[in-house]
Design a protein around this ligand. Structure first.
Ligand code: GRG
Length: 299
């Protein structure tokens, strides 16, 4: 397998489908604002994880994965647009470009996020309505649960209002809160990407549990790496400012545990994800290579 070529081809395919899904969006200014962020050069990790897990189960690629993969990217992009707003992280740069609200204003940025989120469900429900199979509805439910209050939105609310979570009374509670934020804000959608891909690929219940574990470890290591890069990264490579967590006085893995432990735990969680993945796919494959590159990422 030529991983780099396969990766390029998959990203190309995802991008083509994303563009096609937005073609009909009206009014034009809303369309422009949605496309601005959606096509700004994101790494497409969530769709790629879904495609990878599907292939790990079935041994080949299939177009049935694309509606779910694209929906994931739209949900992810909406979350970034809203996360960058002045009411949340108040960031000026994302994916190497001015943030959506800096270009289109806050009202349109909110609406672009809203319509990307909604579009994700229009795509998935539209596909399920035309192709009635339990696995499609299950994949959609996994994604919906991970995006909502029980997942990403809940994690974000805990991140923006840690003092309102009733958990911060002692050190152990702060640790639990940090874990909750990581698992929900970032981990839920990454886990859903892997598990939904495996569900589409008709994985057994036992294997689904293992995929969920891979997703969980991956989510934790991904967020820890994000916290590390926020301190040690290069803003030109990252495409967004560094040290913003410090500026916003964020409870992060690095601010709580220090850089040394964060780096050690990042290695541990990445290795644990790889170990389970090796059990699932002893022959390796796209998903294994993708997870390896995620561990090595510098942006
Ligand atoms: C606004 C409901 C709501 C949720 C926001 C995802 C999120 C929740 C906030 C983003 C904060 C953040 C930077 C978290 C770190 C992990 C993360 C999601 C990084 C960005 O994802 P990548 O690296 O980005 O996959 P690209 O741009 O490559 O898609």
């Amino acid at each position: 397998m030529d991983f780099k070529r396969d990766l390029k081809q998959k990203i190309h395919n995802i991008n083509e489908n994303l563009e096609a899904y937005l073609k009909e969006v009206y009014p034009p200014i809303l369309n422009e604002s949605m496309c601005y962020s959606l096509m700004a050069g994101g790494k497409r990790l969530r769709p790629l994880l879904l495609l990878g897990a599907y292939e790990a189960e079935t041994g080949s690629a299939s177009d049935i994965t694309l509606p779910f993969a694209c929906a994931l990217e739209m949900i992810h992009t909406y979350s970034l647009i809203h996360d960058d707003l002045p009411a949340m992280d108040d960031d000026d740069f994302r994916r190497g470009k001015p943030t959506n609200h800096k270009v289109y204003g806050e009202a349109l940025a909110i609406l672009a996020g809203d319509s990307l989120l909604n579009k994700a469900y229009e795509i998935m429900t539209g596909y399920c309505a035309e192709n009635i199979e339990a696995r499609f509805i299950q994949a959609m439910k996994i994604i919906a649960d991970a995006a909502g209050a029980a997942g990403m939105v809940g994690g974000q609310a805990a991140d923006t209002h840690p003092e309102k979570c009733g958990l911060l009374s002692n050190e152990e509670s702060a640790e639990r809160l940090l874990e909750y934020i990581h698992e929900h804000k970032t981990g839920a959608l990454l886990t859903a990407s892997v598990v939904a891909g495996a569900v589409l690929g008709k994985a057994s219940p036992q294997r689904l549990k293992q995929y969920a574990e891979v997703g969980k470890k991956l989510g934790l290591s991904f967020q820890i790496k994000d916290d590390i890069l926020n301190v040690t990264g290069n803003s030109a490579i990252l495409g967004k400012p560094v040290k913003s967590d410090d500026k916003n006085k964020k409870l992060t893995y690095v601010s709580f545990y220090g850089l040394k432990k964060a780096e050690k735990d990042f290695e541990t969680f990445s290795q644990e994800a790889m170990t389970i993945l090796q059990e699932l796919c002893p022959q390796g494959g796209f998903l294994t290579e993708l997870v390896k590159t995620m561990a090595e990422r510098v942006k």
